[in-house]
Design a protein around this ligand. Structure first.
Ligand code: UD1
Ligand code: CA
Length: 463
């Protein structure tokens, strides 16, 4: 959609959340509510966005900075939705000749299709304002849409409405398309002449109609788009609703989710058919999982790409790539920037970080692989450690294809283990080992015959 821009209202405190955090940063499935609204705008090709900040403005602004490029206008005192939009005057003036979407930052179920369809109607009908509306069984609290034969006549707030008006069940979603120049003019005419003493954005309707321009209503097919959260309980209800919607989508795609009540999946996760998600599993944002995998129970995956037929049993995996046919867990920790090639097995209490682990390699128990380049078919005995940190700097270990590390080997980085080389169990390796050699770095064993006899006399055995 060319020639569009948006103003997102995000100055509100959200008193009932009882939080130091501004309401728009409250998260639904690991993502702040305002981010959903921004995604809906971006999905409707609206790229020029001005956000009105107020309560905890710095927190909102620094979050916005972390996710993209936004214009900011601060509303220091909250004197109503009309006043909030007035703060974007400079932004609106720069966008003269365009259409502006005005939308609240705390409605995570809004979607791009609704924004696009509403804009199309705005254009087709030649409106100066198009209000997105929804029909609710219980409209209490919302502004009511009063229509006449030409379109929308006015919006009446709950606190200002008479008995007849409050019976109307079509409500103002708080999302609108405005002709920018008409909006600038209408904002200039707003007053605080109402029961709340606020500048109502909705009063721009009357001012627009008085100029002989058209105001229309776009009724959203699904009233979920208006859902917002004012309290922790609301937030939970929204999270739960979104969680179930997402799980239904994966069911439809052929994913098996056992005991779905305990599984959380971020909206952007991609999961292949015939993958099974077991209980108490959390899949955060940025995750792609192939088909035929078993993820869980008790696993967390974030910002990672997982191939096909991968097992992640009671494992946490962050910002990493796992190829196909890999078997990990239970109780493994895959830390950022690990690449695990196919047919690798990592067993209990194995931790990895910033390493590449080659095809067919195994570390079955109690091993740390950090800052290392590990070849194919390497065997890590139980309790091996790449000693990558000297207290000041991190160094890398290089382990050649086919190397066999005996149990409890420490590799003091930087060090290189040649192809098919061995280490003796319990060795602390400080020097490179050539290919096919055995590195031993431990004291030779000495036995002292008859040693116990002297000791045993004074020893008190319990049983
Ligand atoms: C407003 C509409 C109402 C609509 C409802 C939908 C007006 C007068 N009324 O109600 O018709 O049904 O939204 O949710 O517009 N905000 C600011 N600065 C302010 C006031 C509000 O940024 O000074 C922000 C809030 O943070 C929130 C949004 O605007 O994100 C809506 O404000 P809220 O107070 O929830 O809406 P109402 O005015 O009750
Ligand atoms: Ca050890």
């Amino acid at each position: 959609m060319g020639n569009t821009c948006a103003v997102i209202l995000a100055a509100g405190k959200g008193t009932r959340m009882k939080s130091k955090k501004p309401k728009v940063l409250a998260e639904i499935l690991f993502k702040p509510m305002i981010h959903y609204v921004i995604d809906a705008c971006k999905g409707a090709d609206i790229d020029d966005i001005c956000v009105i900040t107020g309560f905890e403005a710095e927190a909102v602004e620094s979050y916005l900075e972390s996710i993209g490029n936004f214009k900011i206008a601060r509303q220091l005192e909250q004197k109503g939705t009309g006043h909030a939009v007035m703060m974007a005057k400079d932004f609106l003036e720069k966008n003269s000749g365009k259409d502006v979407l005005v939308i609240c930052g705390d409605t995570p179920f809004i979607n791009s299709q609704t924004l696009k369809d509403a804009h199309k109607q705005h254009k087709d009908e030649g409106n100066a304002i198009t209000v997105v509306t929804a029909k609710l069984d219980n409209p209490t609290g919302y502004g009511r849409i009063i229509r006449n034969s030409n379109g929308i006549e006015k919006i009446v707030e709950q606190k200002d409405g008479n008995e007849e008006e409050l019976k109307v069940n079509e409500i103002n979603a708080g999302t609108y398309w405005f002709d920018v120049d008409n909006l600038i003019e209408a904002l200039g005419g707003l007053t605080t002449n109402n029961s709340q003493g606020e500048y109502y954005l909705t009063d721009t309707i009357d001012l627009t109609l008085k100029k002989g321009k058209k105001v229309g209503g776009f009724t959203a097919q699904n009233s979920d788009i208006i859902l917002g959260a004012n309290s922790r309980k609301d937030l939970h209800a929204l999270s739960e609703k979104m969680r179930l919607d997402i799980i239904d989508k994966h069911f439809a795609n052929g994913v098996e989710i056992v005991s779905a009540g305990s599984v959380l999946i971020a909206p952007d996760a991609k999961i292949g058919a015939d993958t099974t998600i077991l209980p108490n599993t959390i899949i955060k944002s940025g995750v792609t999982i192939g088909s035929g995998c078993v993820i869980g129970p008790n696993s967390v995956v974030e910002d990672s790409t997982i191939g096909d037929n991968v097992i992640l049993n009671a494992t946490q995996c962050y910002s990493s790539k796992i190829h196909s046919n890999v078997n990990i867990g239970p109780f493994a920790h895959i830390r950022p920037n690990t690449e695990i090639k196919s047919v690798v097995h990592l067993g209990a209490f194995v931790e990895t970080k910033n390493s590449v682990i080659g095809e067919g390699t195994g570390a079955s128990h109690l091993t740390y692989i950090g800052d290392s380049d590990v070849g194919k078919n390497v065997n890590f005995g139980c309790g091996c450690v790449t000693v990558n940190y000297d207290g000041v700097n991190k160094h890398r270990c290089v382990i050649g294809d086919g190397a066999f590390l005996g149990c409890n080997t420490n590799l003091i980085a930087p060090v290189t283990i040649g192809e098919d080389a061995y280490t003796a169990a319990g060795s602390t390796i400080t020097n490179d080992i050539p290919a096919e050699a055995l590195g031993i770095a431990r004291a030779r064993q000495e036995n002292k015959p008859g040693f116990s006899a002297k000791k045993l006399a004074g020893r008190n055995k319990k049983v």
